[in-house]
Write a protein that binds this ligand. Structure first.
Ligand code: MV4
Length: 447
């Protein structure tokens, strides 16, 4: 079961992140890439690379059989899916295992359960996790929906069971809106996911998005690595993430962490995962679980000094976690800014050539990016070109360091979100850590 060569089934900064973990473990790497990514940094650095198809991800990074063929041709033992693409595709995880390769991720049955949001919520209720008050599973008819909503109390959110990440949600302020909300949610969900199952939840008006990082090995060891606060987002795209959450005290974070770790152990989960909660008025409400490594994993790495990608690979190879819950400590504060190649006003992708590139450095600064001077950003993929992560002993030190690091960073002449971040770190609410999930959209509306 030992892993010697890892195929990286992803692109951009996360492909490089996985390559770095592999190299530090003495493992060989295989980069797969589309025709648009031939000059990617991960392709250049990997021991071997395989072109798996034309630029559209549907023809390359999403082509299961081509990726598996690339692993077989190069003699890779394991496949790391990164995030996005095939990372939460239970069928791909199954296919990988069926070809005697190791999928660096959870068991396919757990990917499947968590992909079904109704099943995920039920599993977490059974494991003792607090959830948002809602319907008892699916609402199959308007009549059922009305009955459930009356019990829950308006406003209610209609959510698609096959959705997640904000896709396929409809708000009903009063009973008058409910029929339309349920019908459109069902129609849209059927069209997008081929499944029209929906459920209801009480709509929380001003929560924070707080997620708990967990990790479990195949020997029954489960740890939580506390939380990340990801409330600063626009249209369900996170912009700025931090750990620990400025809204919680140590007793609160230890309590919710323990609840989550116990639930994950009961569920029999393997690998890294994130439980997403809404947090309002001192209470946590589970909404979804992500069964992948997340974009914002570095903030947790900075405050716990755990290499999550290294642990993922160790776990997949059958090793025990390299730490126990008691050995873990939270040190200082970390903030991540996502750097997107996008227009500052319209937020439309703004690809092109990066001519000038200067990475920030110095104490407590980490830049996870696969970009370089001369790099052409292909127009076919997500606009995120990197992440700036800063650590400080206190939140204030972290914010001051972040300002300084943002001022050092040069990426041009393309448009990026760096200017937005430079403005955000001057805002009193951000400095004070006083925000909810609607803060950024309100801020952008008035500025
Ligand atoms: C909610 C909610 C309010 N009440 N559920 C959006 C993404 C998906 N993961 C769940 N989402 C929400 N679910 C209830 N019962 C508000 C949101 C929501 C949100 C959640 C987290 C981060 C940003 C958000 C932005 C808008 C709405």
């Amino acid at each position: 079961m030992s892993i010697e060569k890892v195929l990286i089934a992803n692109r951009g900064e996360i492909a490089l992140r996985i390559h770095r973990a592999c190299k530090e473990m003495g493992l060989a790497t295989v980069a797969v890439h589309s025709e648009a990514d031939a000059d990617a940094m991960a392709v250049r650095l990997a021991d071997e690379s395989v072109c798996i198809g034309p630029p559209p991800s549907s023809e390359s990074y999403l082509k299961k059989s081509r990726i598996i063929a690339a692993a077989e041709i190069t003699g890779a033992d394991a496949i790391h899916p990164g995030y996005g693409f095939l990372s939460e595709n239970a069928q791909f995880a199954e296919m990988v295992e069926a070809h005697d390769l190791i999928f660096i991720g959870p068991k396919s049955e757990h990917i499947k359960t968590m992909g079904d949001k109704i099943a995920a919520k039920q599993a977490m209720i059974d494991a003792g996790v607090p959830v948002v008050p809602g319907s008892d599973g699916e609402v199959a008819s308007i009549g059922e929906a009305k009955k459930a909503a009356k019990k829950i109390g308006y406003p209610v959110l209609v959510k698609a069971s096959a959705g997640g990440g904000g896709r396929g949600m409809k708000l009903a302020m009063t009973e008058k809106d409910l029929e339309t909300a349920v019908r459109t949610a069902k129609t849209e969900s059927k069209a997008a996911f081929g499944d029209d199952a929906v459920y209801l939840e009480k709509y929380l008006q001003k929560p924070r998005h707080i997620e708990i990082q967990v990790i479990a090995d195949s020997h029954g060891n489960v740890c939580h690595l506390w939380e990340r606060d990801c409330s600063i987002q626009r249209r369900h795209q996170k912009v700025f993430e931090e750990a620990p959450s400025p809204a919680l005290n140590q007793a609160q974070r230890d309590d919710i962490g323990a609840i989550v770790a116990r639930a994950v152990a009961k569920f029999g989960y393997l690998g890294v995962g994130t439980m997403e909660f809404l947090y309002e008025d001192g209470e946590f409400y589970f909404i979804e679980m992500n069964t992948r490594l997340q974009v914002e994993h570095p903030v947790t790495e900075m405050v716990t000094r755990v290499d999550l990608v290294r642990e993922q690979i160790r776990i997949a190879g059958g090793a025990k976690l390299s730490f126990s819950q008691e050995e873990l400590t939270l040190v200082g504060h970390a903030i991540e800014c996502r750097i997107n190649a996008e227009h500052p006003e319209t937020f439309m992708p703004s690809p092109g050539v990066i001519e000038e590139f200067h990475a920030p450095g110095g104490p407590g600064v980490r830049l996870d990016s696969a970009a370089y001077a001369g790099y052409r950003i292909p127009p076919h993929y997500d606009s995120m070109i990197g992440k700036l992560i800063v650590h400080g002993r206190t939140r204030n030190e972290c914010v001051m360091r972040l300002r300084r690091a943002l001022d050092e960073t040069i990426i041009g002449p393309i448009h990026t979100s760096l200017d937005l971040h430079r403005r955000l770190v001057q805002e009193q609410d951000i400095i004070n850590g006083e925000y909810d999930i609607h803060w950024l959209e309100r801020y952008l509306d008035k500025s």
